[in-house]
Design a protein around this ligand. Structure first.
Ligand code: SF4
Length: 457
């Protein structure tokens, strides 16, 4: 677009933008076209009537054009407040990768590596039984693979499996995010990587290798937790779904069959969080009320476009119903929530689907609007040409992440809480990675208060 844009701007506004100015204008126009499906000529006509550019020269003409584009690109925010241009993230336009590895619904590894120390583990036996035609290659450490193999983001989802001995990163408090109220969650680090491919997944920014790492020494996690448990003065909430999906590979790893019997007598709420319907192991285990199985929910149109290879909404709700009938505690996460013109209609429908099929109370329901670091916007454009999540009204927030502005997040949370409460006044609803101001919607003002509310103590 850049050549024709430069020409059109020079001709229409008698102004020759420099390289950086042209890049900003091009990015804004590109995003407006993605949002509105309009033409470049249509935007040039809009600028002629809405920018007052004829009153200015040089840099000021550029700012007049840029500000007019910002008003069109962020219409809801422009109507509410003066937009601080420093909070707009205008990255270079990316051409989608031609060789990006795409995931398949049925996960099948292309290669399996096992660290020597765990070559006799049950996990190795499970993988060789399930995939007898895939050779399992022995390595000293999986970091050896990282040192010898060049990584490119297009390879992120190549289905390579590393069966490893985890040595230190077992357990940690959820880092939440700067300047936000934490809910006191703990993360059990049972693997890194996921067979699903969500366009907003933050793992894309942190992975420096393809595939999935799975620890084979799960008993060491229990030893580590035994130590932590002695120091605990109150119950905690703990879960495994931070760097992986808790159940997507459970039929192979069988982690749930070890975790649930271990945690069922502990003074914790132990959560397995998923976008899958892989519940066969859970149905064979005796449930306990402190074991929480939870599903992330989004409207079907979003699941199909942004959560590649995950279970459909119906499959998730069907699985949740079976799990609830079996006697487990269940929970739901509306996270991330995306704002669009149709958001009210699609989210009220999803909430209605949830409550028509499942009976509250649930252990908890979390709400979180889209947030991401800036690099993810670039990765998203490279890997997900059909995704449109970064063309919403996102600004760089206090924690340097891209988020919807406060007034929009407040509107989303207030409405989601209202729609949920219309069906269910018992399940605790909480906000994920939000500030004190947003938490006032739920009349909570400190992390301690939030923890007590979620633990119902
Ligand atoms: S299910 Fe979770 S871990 Fe897996 S790709 Fe989606 S967001 Fe990432």
């Amino acid at each position: 677009m850049i050549d024709s844009l430069k020409e059109k701007i020079e001709k229409s506004f008698l102004f020759r933008p420099n390289k950086n100015q042209l890049r900003d204008l091009e990015r804004l126009i590109f995003e407006i076209i993605r949002r509105e499906n309009c033409s470049l000529d249509g935007i040039i006509s809009y600028l002629k009537t809405n920018s007052d550019s004829e009153k200015y020269n040089g840099r000021n003409k550029f700012f007049a054009l840029k500000n007019a584009l910002i008003r069109r690109r962020f219409p809801l925010t422009a109507e509410k407040e003066k937009i601080d241009t420093k909070r707009i993230f205008l990255n270079q336009i990316q051409q989608p990768l031609k060789d990006n590895y795409t995931v398949h619904e049925d996960f099948k590894p292309s290669k399996i590596f096992v660290e020597k120390e765990v070559k006799n583990s049950y996990l190795v036996r499970n993988f060789s039984r399930k995939f007898p035609d895939i050779k399992i290659e022995e390595i000293n450490l999986y970091s050896d693979y990282l040192n010898t193999s060049r990584f490119h983001i297009s390879r992120l989802k190549e289905p390579i499996v590393f069966l490893v001995k985890e040595k230190w990163d077992f357990l940690k408090p959820c880092p939440c995010t700067k300047v936000h109220l934490s809910c006191g969650y703990w993360v059990l680090n049972l693997g890194f990587g996921c067979p699903f491919d969500c366009s907003y997944c933050f793992l894309q920014c942190y992975a420096n290798f393809p595939g999935i790492v799975l620890p084979a020494n799960i008993e060491d996690f229990f030893t580590e937790f035994d130590t932590l448990e002695k120091k605990l003065k109150k119950p905690i909430r703990i879960g495994t779904g931070e760097f992986c999906d808790s159940l997507a590979l459970d039929e192979i790893t069988e982690y749930s069959t070890k975790l649930i019997p271990y945690f069922k007598d502990k003074n914790v709420f132990f959560e397995l969080k998923t976008k899958s319907n892989k519940i066969s192991n859970l149905l064979k285990i005796t449930p306990a009320k402190n074991i929480v199985i939870s599903w992330s929910l989004n409207p079907l149109s979003i699941i199909e476009r942004e959560e590649i290879a995950t279970a459909s909404l119906k499959e998730r709700l069907d699985a949740a119903r079976k799990i609830q009938q079996k006697g487990y505690n269940i929970a739901f996460h509306f996270d991330p929530i995306f704002y669009s013109d149709a958001w009210q209609q699609i989210y009220t429908q999803t909430i209605s689907d949830l409550y028509s099929q499942l009976t509250p109370p649930f252990a908890w329901i979390s709400l979180g609007t889209l947030r991401s670091n800036r690099r993810l916007k670039t990765i998203n454009e490279l890997r997900f040409p059909k995704s449109n999540i970064f063309y919403g009204e996102l600004f760089v927030g206090e924690d340097k992440k891209l988020r919807y502005p406060s007034f929009l997040r407040r509107k989303i949370y207030e409405n989601m809480v209202k729609w949920i409460k219309a069906y269910d006044r018992q399940s605790p609803v909480y906000l994920c990675m939000e500030n004190k101001d947003m938490w006032s919607i739920l009349q909570k003002s400190s992390s301690m208060e939030i923890e007590k509310y979620l633990l119902q103590i």
